[in-house]
Design a binder for this molecule. Structure first.
Ligand SMILES: [Zn+2]
Ligand SMILES: [Zn+2]
Length: 138
């Protein structure tokens, strides 16, 4: 009789997976009491031999799931936020905001509006400055 959680997804190293492949989607684990564990805590529960024990509902992992787009999804044990595959906000772009135009981050590249005097400048410590010629890549 196997009481260990072989139905759960494990990595090649025998640990519970953190990301589901293909796709690299963040994985979370559901315990018998309906709680949610991040992969770190789920691994810890397995390492401590807690997860195979059905009597210990808060650690008994029953299934794994993928967090596709819930941005407010937290581990019940360590309160770490569990990443989502699609709901993730991009890094706040405030830091790169331009005081001369309504600039926007497009595909990870910061684009000024046409004619903005800061177009060819770079922002360093909150100041738009002309880049050194030898740092210019194009
Ligand atoms: Zn956790
Ligand atoms: Zn600008």
């Amino acid at each position: 009789m196997s009481e260990n959680s072989t139905q759960l997804p494990h990595d090649d190293d025998g640990k519970l997976i953190t990301y589901a492949w293909p796709g690299g989607y963040p994985v979370y684990y559901i315990t018998a009491d309906g709680g949610t564990l991040c992969s770190g805590c789920a691994r810890m529960a397995e390492d401590d031999k807690l997860s195979p024990n059905p009597d210990d509902a808060q650690w008994h992992i029953v299934t794994a799931g993928v967090n596709y787009e819930d941005d407010l999804f937290y581990c019940d044990h360590c309160s770490e936020r569990i990443e989502s595959a699609y709901g993730e906000d991009d890094e706040p772009a405030d830091d790169m905001s331009c005081d001369q135009c309504v600039a926007a981050m497009i595909n990870g590249v910061f684009c000024h509006e046409t004619g903005c005097p800061n177009t060819h400048k770079v922002k360093i410590d909150g100041e738009w400055v002309q880049p050194e010629p030898d740092q210019c890549e194009s």
